[in-house]
Write a protein that binds this ligand. Structure first.
Ligand code: PGA
Length: 261
């Protein structure tokens, strides 16, 4: 497991945006797995600023436009990790709406290339199978970016006795509903009880994985991921079996973990 340490969240986000844009330059039809949540906000801000449609790129000191800093997203394909059950893509509380506002509405991505779970599909199990098939049809995910829950969840793979391998309908734990309360007027009881989520096998099928973690509240989960045994009680620990995982951590996370110091 490769561990990269950053002084703060903005340095981490800038480095990850550079990595993503370099991958797109190397492979214009990159298949990118994306997370939602607080942690990737800086990444999406950087990507908007560097490859946004609605902003002229900054000029160099010589006055010439800065070359190569603007990503060409026209052939990039994306798959998001999860979506709330019961919420249609146009619902303002949906993760799809979050991604539109934070990234997709601002870049040159073809809407047909945006892979997303539909939380309002009439048959949620069929929707999960459709999504799994779509990922396979795209040739699998080249680069999967992940956040991590304070409880060690990945996507909505919550700590449990057992985990579903593939994309599935997940029951959310109260802690995860509380972590999402802000999107629902601060009232965690309004957060849906279920979500659709890639499974750990879907995630581990990605060629490369980058997990980002910022803030002291993620320290214990990241320490368990790095130093602990593999257990479904900490779904992130399953990443230990993947050969190409990079952890990008801010100081609040790495300063407390013995092996990451
Ligand atoms: P957060 O969520 O970025 O909002 O902390 C991460 C996660 O739950 O995976």
């Amino acid at each position: 497991m490769n561990i990269e340490r950053f002084d703060d969240e903005s340095a981490l986000s800038a480095a990850l945006a550079t990595r993503v844009l370099q991958r797109i330059i190397a492979r214009p039809d990159l298949v990118l797995g994306l997370p939602t949540g607080r942690t990737p906000l800086g990444l999406y801000r950087e990507l908007r600023e560097r490859s946004g449609n609605d902003r002229i790129g900054p000029s160099t000191s010589s006055g010439t436009p800065r070359a190569k800093s603007r990503g060409d997203w026209s052939r990039v394909r994306t798959f998001n990790l999860d979506e709330f059950a019961g919420l249609a893509p146009g619902d303002p509380n949906s993760y799809r709406a979050f991604m539109q506002a934070e990234l997709f509405d601002h870049i040159s991505i073809d809407p047909a290339n945006i892979g997303f779970l539909n939380g309002a599909a009439p048959d949620l199990n069929a929707e999960c199978r459709r999504y799994e098939d779509a990922i396979h049809a795209a040739g699998g995910i080249d680069l999967q970016i992940l956040g991590i829950g304070a409880n060690g969840h990945i996507g909505f793979n919550e700590p449990a006795e057992g985990l579903c391998a593939n994309t599935h309908v997940a029951q959310l734990q109260q802690e995860s509903r509380q972590a999402n309360a802000q999107r629902f007027g601060g009232d965690w009881t309004r957060v849906p009880e279920r979500a659709l989520s890639m499974g750990m096998a879907t995630i581990l099928g990605a060629h490369d994985i980058v997990l980002i973690a910022t803030g002291e509240e993620k320290r214990d989960a990241v320490t368990g991921l790095i130093e602990g045994l593999i257990t479904t009680r900490l779904p992130a620990s399953l990443l230990q079996v993947h050969p190409r995982v990079t952890l990008m951590l801010d100081r609040e996370v790495w300063s407390g973990s013995r092996r990451t110091r």
